[in-house]
Design a protein. Structure first.
Lengths: 262, 290
């Protein structure tokens, strides 16, 4: 498999002294399912947003699909962003619009300003939207207003909006942090399925270590803006969890880490 | 177990000591600068009011008689209205002119304000642009509508043209503030999501910002329409803009005909109530459907 994403010496600080990321290096192969774990405020969200430049890194290279994202101009950046889907903790749907309208928003980056502003989508795009909604089990909800959906359904709409971009990679920022265990499992299964069957690289920020251990091909551990761990789930030990989350959290998760890593 | 108990004793102790130390009455509101200023303001307002009433110069007007004759005038106005200088149909036509003035200025104002509102909203625009528009708009709003009409009357002459320009001007100022503030309340994440998928600014405006703030836009515009109707009546009297306001001015200031003033007041009142009812209906419809 070829390398899709490569981060070289990426650093980011807010203001003068708040360091969010310091010298982050890692690479992700095509079709890989990678989880990023770490305590709140460790820089997971910043790391994810640096990749599609929702946040601008201060230094370093971000090579995605053989292009350095960090050096792109406005127009090329928009083009690059169409190849990267993004999924959010709070779904970030337009509440007053229907499910299918929200899904079709994923096509805006491919359209002219006017066609996009007026919401003129081609039949082909609409057909694709319906097909993706079918795969995600939302065929009953197509014309519902998106604020009438449950959290799990909203997140599936979010996934559909990302998938209709035909992306090479999905960035998922805490996709299950606001969901109950049942909906969380459905969402994670869909993400895993997307990565396995469509060959789309998936990069997920997670709070739940056990979920990361279960679903990931690889886990990246972040603490205070630095990479602490980068390897397959079976190399995770209680010591590593402790290093990522700090000593007290290590105690708390000892059983968990031991169980899976054992 | 040991840990649990120690935690409990510590918390119980701290609660006890907290209560013991509070010998005074427990205040619900913290005493700070803001509450002090509010209290001082209220006290000084009360003092000013008392002073004004004491120092009123009633001269030769008997307060009691004055009140009585006021009530008599009100009674004549509302209980004995009649048409003298114009007919019912003319009055209706004149109200329509006033309504037209209000509609036109609201429409122009809303279109301009919608466009500028995007640039005035902090989350959709850059800081200097937003600050510049908001500052300019604050100046427009601080001058009353009537003054704007009179200012434009210098160039356009007293009449409907000055009224339309002046009222539109103030409407723009008012609606830019209202619109841009509703845009600013939009969930930042929605904009982020569309940006992340490669959408450009205009697409985000039309696909996310406008649909999300449609209810606000409609209700602010209606509110301004009602205000503009009232202002349009006044403009007929003060700036010669025509409509029912001019008839009212003639009836009261020229013919001293209280009964006709009563008729006109009823007309204005009826239309204002009708507008209010329509606005409420549209708003509820908008909230339940779509």
């Amino acid at each position: 498999m070829t390398t899709l994403l490569q981060l070289n010496h990426v650093s980011k600080h807010y203001g003068n002294d708040t360091k969010a990321l310091s010298d982050v290096n890692f690479s992700v192969k095509e079709g890989e399912f990678v989880s990023i774990i770490g305590p709140s405020g460790a820089g997971k969200s910043t790391l994810l947003r640096c990749i599609n430049r929702m946040v601008d890194a201060n230094s370093g290279e971000i090579i995605f699909d053989n292009v350095d994202i960090a050096g792109l101009g406005k127009k090329d950046l928009k083009k690059a962003r169409t190849k990267i889907g993004m999924i959010f903790q709070h779904y970030n749907l337009v509440n007053r619009l229907s499910v299918i309208e929200n899904v079709l928003h994923g096509r805006l980056g491919f359209k002219s300003t006017l066609a996009g502003a007026l919401g003129l989508y081609t039949e082909e795009e609409k057909r694709q939207a319906l097909q993706i909604l079918g795969v995600l089990g939302l065929q009953e909800q197509i014309y519902k207003r998106s604020d009438q959906l449950s959290g799990g359904q909203k997140q599936r709409v979010g996934i559909a909006r990302a998938l209709i971009q035909n992306p090479k990679m999905l960035l998922c920022d805490e996709p299950i942090a606001s969901l109950d265990p049942n909906a969380s499992k459905i969402i994670m299964d869909h993400l895993k399925n997307i990565s396995a069957s469509m060959g789309i690289t998936v990069l997920v920020n997670l709070h739940q270590v056990e979920v990361a251990l279960k679903y990931s091909d690889r886990i990246i551990g972040v603490n205070k803006g630095s990479l602490i761990f980068d390897g397959p789930p079976n190399e995770i030990t209680a010591e590593i969890i402790e290093a990522i989350y700090g000593s007290e959290a290590g105690d708390l998760m000892f059983d968990l880490g031991g169980q899976y890593a054992g | 177990m040991g840990v649990d108990q120690s935690v409990k004793t510590v918390s119980a102790d701290s609660i006890n000591s907290f209560h013991l130390n509070e010998k005074k009455r427990i205040k619900v509101k913290p005493f700070n600068k803001a509450s002090l200023i509010i209290q001082l303001t209220i006290i000084s307002l009360v003092l000013v009011t008392i002073y004004t009433f004491i120092s009123f110069d009633y001269s030769d007007i008997n307060l009691f008689e004055g009140i009585i004759s006021t009530f008599q005038n009100v009674k004549i106005m509302f209980l004995e209205p009649h048409f003298k200088h114009f007919s019912f149909v003319t009055a209706l036509y004149q109200v329509m002119i006033t309504l037209g003035l209000a509609f036109l200025t609201t429409l122009f104002g809303a279109l301009i304000a919608l466009f500028l509102g995007f640039f005035a909203a902090r989350n959709l625009s850059s800081k200097p642009v937003s600050a510049a528009i908001k500052g300019f708009v604050a100046v427009i709003r601080s001058v009353p509508t009537v003054l704007w009409v009179l200012i434009f009357a210098v160039a356009a002459g007293l009449g409907s043209v000055a009224a339309v320009i002046g009222m539109t001007f103030h409407t723009v100022g008012y609606l830019i503030k209202a619109y841009s503030e509703s845009f600013e309340e939009l969930d930042e994440g929605v904009i982020e999501a569309l940006k992340a998928s490669g959408a450009n600014w205009w697409q985000i405006i039309f696909q996310a910002v406008i649909p999300s703030s449609m209810t606000y836009i409609i209700s602010w515009t209606f509110l301004r329409f009602e205000v503009n109707f009232a202002v349009a009546v006044a403009m007929g009297a003060a700036a010669g803009a025509g409509g029912i306001g001019f008839d009212m001015f003639m009836a009261s200031g020229f013919y001293f005909d209280l009964r006709e003033v009563g008729v006109i007041t009823y007309f204005v009142l009826a239309f204002a109530i009708a507008l209010e009812l329509i606005a409420t209906k549209v708003k509820t419809n908008l909230k339940t459907s779509a």
